[in-house]
Design a binder for this molecule. Structure first.
Ligand code: PFF
Length: 491
């Protein structure tokens, strides 16, 4: 991370595993099945694939090209394009950092569930158990003053693991961990999907994926959902691909790499949802609960519906349950370290702080912010953070990146960088996508996000959103104004 020592991946495999690990996360496991189901089942694959090719891969390519060409951190890249753009970089990084603070908490809940699943400790009512015994959720803001020790401990554990990985050298930390966790994750998922297909009622579930509702295709919201899923799942706009690509050695085949990462990520979520749907089909058959009531999103699916399924499954659930939560843990950790790397890189490059120290400071501050989510009011605040940061701040970040790299920076240079060693090439269409189509799509998604955020707003969420907005304006300017310690920073 510092100027003196050039950081580089020691193999393309390490880079690929880290990139796929950054993309495969909670979003693939618990977000995708719900998005797929509520947007027309099988027919959703059409807008999904179109979004993947047209928008997702196109944007990943921009991040690859920029990172690889500049070989600098995001803050320094934007400074070198135009010094007035530096606050934009810190805005993006702060958004990513704030996302990480609550993402870590959800991974922390998952860690608790690995242990709970060993004895099915949630009992007959997993829903109540989750809110009352794990989260100790309160309805009022007064819950902010009660810490939930078990959640705090697990949040600490995840921050500690993340710190332990990112403080090491790139290859020794992120590279090595991704090379171990990702293949393990795939192995477990293959096992779970294979097992789920043998369950009675599995076909009730998985046939949903292959039963298209063609009328959904004429609904613009379905197209926006597909695009939203691609943004979330591929971790677009978070400067992850940019950071990881900046560590690539000369001669790397950028476009080939990007295609493999994007296909692996989508392949993972589609394959994984076959397992999730089969298990839900089994649940529908055994419990008589209609299938559509079982397909929920996020915490509901992982910490409520799945424990209910494990209750019915019998003794085999003592193996499948922990493996399922272990999967989420692995997917979560590889995403957390990716989210943090870009943030640490910019700080360490500007202030010339060594990797270990930066990681320590970032993780301590991150942990302190995460303690908010380990209180009685934590899950409510987490919901507001999630909606605001994902449907508003992050989309705004992507929009800014499209404008900066598409319109302000010399675009042809990026195409040249990508095409140089790759077997597949980009051309005029890619340019039109980045300059016009992608910003328009983001703009629509953004307007939709703002509309829903305001519709659902109450005093509590508005207060948090106002605080976040103020922080997201002030802090980036402070960071940009602080003089760089690194004398090469302004080159
Ligand atoms: N793409 C990862 C996932 O699907 O979970 C990582 C990620 C995406 C983290 C979006 C956070 C986020 F808001």
């Amino acid at each position: 991370m510092t100027e003196t020592k050039k950081t580089e991946w020691n193999s393309n495999f390490a880079f690929m595993m880290a990139m796929i690990g950054s993309a495969v996360g909670l979003g693939n496991i618990w977000r995708f099945p719900n998005v797929l189901y509520s947007n027309g089942g099988g027919s959703f694959m059409i807008p999904y694939i179109v979004s993947l090719f047209l928008l997702g891969i196109s944007f990943v390519l921009i991040e690859y090209a920029v990172g690889f060409k500049f070989k600098k951190s995001l803050a320094r890249i934007l400074y070198s394009i135009n010094n007035r753009l530096e606050p934009v970089a810190w805005f993006i990084l702060l958004t990513v950092f704030l996302i990480t603070t609550y993402y870590v908490c959800v991974v922390g809940w998952d860690l608790i569930y690995i242990f709970l699943s060993l004895t099915k400790a949630w009992g007959a009512n997993p829903d109540l158990y989750f809110t009352n015994n794990v989260l100790h959720s309160t309805d009022s803001i007064s819950g902010l003053f009660t810490i939930v020790p078990i959640v705090l401990a697990s949040v600490f554990a995840i921050w500690f693991i993340a710190w332990f990985i990112i403080k090491r050298d790139l290859n020794d930390g992120i590279g090595r961990v991704s090379k171990i966790l990702l293949p393990l994750l795939c192995l477990i998922v293959v096992g779970i999907v294979g097992f789920s297909l043998t369950l009675p009622g599995a076909s009730i579930g998985y046939t949903q994926i292959f039963t298209p509702d063609w009328s959904a295709l004429t609904n613009p919201e379905v197209w926006l959902s597909a695009f939203g899923q691609i943004v979330f799942s591929l971790s677009l706009g978070m400067a992850i691909a940019m950071t990881y690509a900046s560590y690539l050695p000369e001669g790397s085949k950028l476009i080939d790499n990007a295609l493999i990462v994007a296909f692996s990520n989508s392949g993972f979520e589609v394959f994984n949802s076959i397992g999730i749907f089969s298990i839900l089909g089994f649940m529908a058959l055994t419990s008589g609960i209609p299938f559509n009531e079982l397909v929920t999103e996020g915490t509901g699916l992982a910490f409520v519906v799945f424990p209910q399924v494990f209750n019915i499954m019998g003794d085999v659930a003592y193996i499948v349950g922990p493996l399922f939560f272990l999967c989420i843990l692995f997917a979560g950790i590889t995403s957390v370290i990716a989210l943090l790397e870009g943030v640490c890189y910019s700080i360490s490059e500007k202030f010339l702080i060594e990797r270990k120290k930066t990681a320590t400071v970032v993780c301590i501050i991150g942990f302190l912010i995460s303690t908010i989510f380990a209180t009685g009011a934590g899950s409510a605040i987490l919901g507001v953070f999630d909606t605001y940061l994902n449907s508003f701040a992050l989309l705004f970040a992507i929009l800014l990146e499209c404008i900066i790299f598409g319109w302000i920076y010399k675009f042809d240079n990026l195409a040249e960088t990508l095409n140089k060693n790759s077997s597949v090439k980009v051309g005029k269409i890619w340019e039109v996508i980045i300059k016009i189509i992608l910003p328009l799509c983001i703009f629509f998604l953004w307007s939709q996000g703002i509309y829903y955020t305001f519709k659902a707003a109450d005093g509590f969420s508005i207060t948090i959103e106002v605080i976040l907005t103020i922080l997201l304006i002030i802090i980036p300017f402070i960071f940009a104004k602080l003089p760089a310690v690194n004398e090469n920073y302004y080159d």
